[in-house]
Design a protein around this ligand. Structure first.
Ligand SMILES: Cc1cc2nc3c(=O)[nH]c(=O)nc-3n(C[C@H](O)[C@H](O)[C@H](O)COP(=O)(O)OP(=O)(O)OC[C@H]3O[C@@H](n4cnc5c(N)ncnc54)[C@H](O)[C@@H]3O)c2cc1C
Length: 396
């Protein structure tokens, strides 16, 4: 078997173990520590890490296929794990961190089971992809930095080892007259860093996306991984968007596929008292067919964007626009597919003892991850109407 496909098979096996745990974690909003222990044990922490540092250096397509398998079982585990995996994919393609720190993150993942994620969003800032200025400050002190602020939506917070924190560099103004911002590497256990367990959301409840407080965290100078003027393009340019946005597509396709499978199995079995099997009703048949169309469209668009990105396609719609198109279309199609699955199953789809209502909540969460729909549409409109393109301002 192609070694890349082996990863997908292994993800499918793990997913069988994750599926029965998903309901309880969703109900309690608890973090699936055991899923992550098993992902680590099976070698997945290094899936996207370069071979030079002991990883599997899986391509974008394998990464997406693995996420889809995991999301069929548990959307939260897939989304949370995506945040770790995408870090290496993005940096492989568009290096922005000092090489020694990147190697340290890579070896940490492979050899010590250390997880990494970006800690960018804040209550006041909203999505950093808008190019706003964070309220988290980094102040120069002696030879290093001191960080103060509060971050929201820090996925994987219960298990993160490396927090890549976006902060404003106090007193530093860029050539365009806007404040400078930078990404700092902070390790779990460093004085002044704490996680506050605030995550209690409608969907993706088991992602542990809590607040992180930086209360005077002192860092040596070399922990500043990169810096740029607020509002200027992210140095990872499109690579950040491709690995992030297509990862979200894979996760939503996985969740919607699980809803499709449940609804189809239900429709095949269900025979209300003294009636015909519900699969014979035209409304049920049309809805199931429509779910098939929506999933097929989502897969096709995501594969097209992935292939175009990997081949650096020059004909037709530019790869980065295909990524934006796939994100908008896939998310909306998958939300509609899960809604239709609920209608096929009928009233019992609302019961919390069944997984459909969880799929319905989980499938909409990635709407609120970048690229946000309005920005993705503006990207397409700008290219069509103004012959212009503006590189993404940030991945989270
Ligand atoms: C499950 C989940 C996990 C997450 N994990 C992480 C993580 O690990 N790390 C992290 O840093 N963040 C994370 N986030 C945060 C996420 O990336 C966003 O920053 C967050 O959801 C805020 O986005 P927002 O759309 O509400 O922001 P806002 O910028 O406040 O936007 C609010 C609304 O205004 C619209 N809007 C704002 N600006 C513009 C504009 N210029 N043009 C057009 N429309 C605009 C938006 O589309 C949206 O409708 C996560 C979010 C979720 C839901």
């Amino acid at each position: 078997m192609n070694p890349e496909n082996e990863w997908v098979e292994r993800a499918r096996d793990l997913a069988k173990r994750f599926a029965p745990r998903a309901q309880a974690h969703d109900r309690e909003g608890s973090f699936p520590f055991e899923n992550f222990a098993e992902l680590r044990e099976a070698g997945f922490y290094g899936l996207t890490v370069p071979r030079a540092f002991g990883g599997a250096e899986a391509g974008l397509g394998t990464y997406l296929a693995v996420l889809e398998e995991l999301a069929r079982a548990d959307g939260s585990t897939a989304l949370a794990f995506m945040m770790h995996l995408k870090t290496f994919g993005q940096e492989r393609e568009a290096p922005s961190y000092p090489p020694a720190w990147f190697e340290r993150l890579c070896r940490g993942a492979v050899e010590r089971g250390e997880l990494v994620n970006t800690v960018a969003t804040e209550e006041g800032l909203g999505s950093p992809s808008g190019g706003g200025v964070p309220d988290t400050f980094a102040v120069r002190e002696g030879d290093g930095w001191v960080l103060r602020g509060r971050k929201t939506f820090t996925t994987l917070a219960p298990v993160l080892h490396a927090f890549i924190v976006l902060a404003r560099l106090e007193g530093e103004i860029g050539p365009g007259g806007r404040p400078m911002v930078g990404n700092f590497l902070v390790f779990r256990g460093e004085e002044g860093l704490r996680v506050e367990e605030t995550w209690d959301s409608l969907g993706m409840r088991a992602t542990g996306s809590h607040d992180v407080v930086l209360d005077g965290v002192r860092l040596p100078a070399d922990r500043l991984l990169n810096a740029r003027e607020a509002g200027s393009p992210d140095p990872r340019a499109g690579a950040g968007m491709a690995w992030f946005a297509l990862g979200l597509c894979a996760v939503t396709i996985g969740v919607a596929s699980a809803a499709r499978d449940y609804a189809v199995a239900f429709a095949r079995e269900r025979v209300p008292n003294s009636q015909r099997p519900i699969r014979e009703f035209p409304g049920v048949r049309t809805r199931v067919a429509r779910i098939e169309l929506l999933l097929q469209r989502s897969r096709a668009l995501t594969r097209d964007a992935c292939g175009a990105w990997e081949r650096r396609e020059t004909a037709g719609m530019p790869p980065i626009d295909r990524v934006a198109a796939a994100k908008v279309e896939t998310l909306n199609a998958c939300i509609e597919a899960v809604d239709l699955a609920m209608r096929v199953v009928g009233g019992v789809s609302l019961q919390r003892s069944r997984p459909l209502e969880r799929y319905w909540r989980d499938v909409r969460a990635p709407l609120h991850n970048p690229p946000l729909e309005d920005r993705a549409l503006e990207q397409l409109a700008r290219r069509a109407l103004d012959d212009a393109f503006e590189a993404p301002k940030g991945a989270e």
